[in-house]
Design a protein around this ligand. Structure first.
Ligand code: FE2
Ligand code: FE2
Length: 167
């Protein structure tokens, strides 16, 4: 049977692998760093958007106080990545040591967040949702990923301009 929690976990693992690949690059690997960053965004953004639009609200509707706290924490971590950590990384030259350092911070952030989801929210969700519900959510996620909405969310995030340099 399909299982949304397994799908989300395997996407976390794919992201972890991409950050490990990034960590192995040198400052001379400008092109492959740009390419890996693109893959990271293509994996991260639809995943996070769908969690925010569908999974988190469904989870919140059934969660107890501990669950609500995990939910609030997860949302705040998404905001930190979306508003600060990822945009900051995108202002850095891919051939610089600053890029390497910022990419590492984003990787650590994502790993921490993913681990929190896996050991708290997903564990709770196993009890809050039936196997059938988790299968339906997985099906719906798959369809959403191929939708214009998902493509627009990604395109919008990818074209975020870098902030104006301070004069
Ligand atoms: Fe998340
Ligand atoms: Fe996640």
């Amino acid at each position: 049977m399909r299982d949304i929690l397994k799908t989300l976990k395997s996407e976390h693992d794919e992201l972890r692998q991409l950050f490990a690949d990034m960590e192995k690059t040198t400052d001379r690997a400008k092109k492959s760093r740009g390419h890996i960053l693109n893959e990271i965004e293509s994996g991260l953004i639809p995943h996070a958007k769908w969690e925010e639009l569908v999974f988190y609200p469904a989870f919140k509707a059934r969660a107890d106080r501990e669950g609500l706290k995990s939910h609030a924490e997860a949302l705040q971590e998404h905001r930190a990545v979306e508003l600060a950590v990822l945009p900051d990384l995108k202002t850095k030259d891919t051939g610089s040591v600053e890029f390497a350092g910022s990419a590492k911070v984003l990787g650590e952030f994502v790993d921490h967040h993913a681990k929190e989801e896996e050991v708290t929210m997903f564990k709770m969700a196993r009890k809050l949702f039936s196997k059938e519900e988790l299968a339906v959510m997985d099906e719906e996620y798959d369809q959403w990923k191929g939708s214009p909405d998902a493509a627009a969310a990604l395109a919008n995030a990818l074209k975020q301009p870098s902030p104006e340099p301070v004069a």
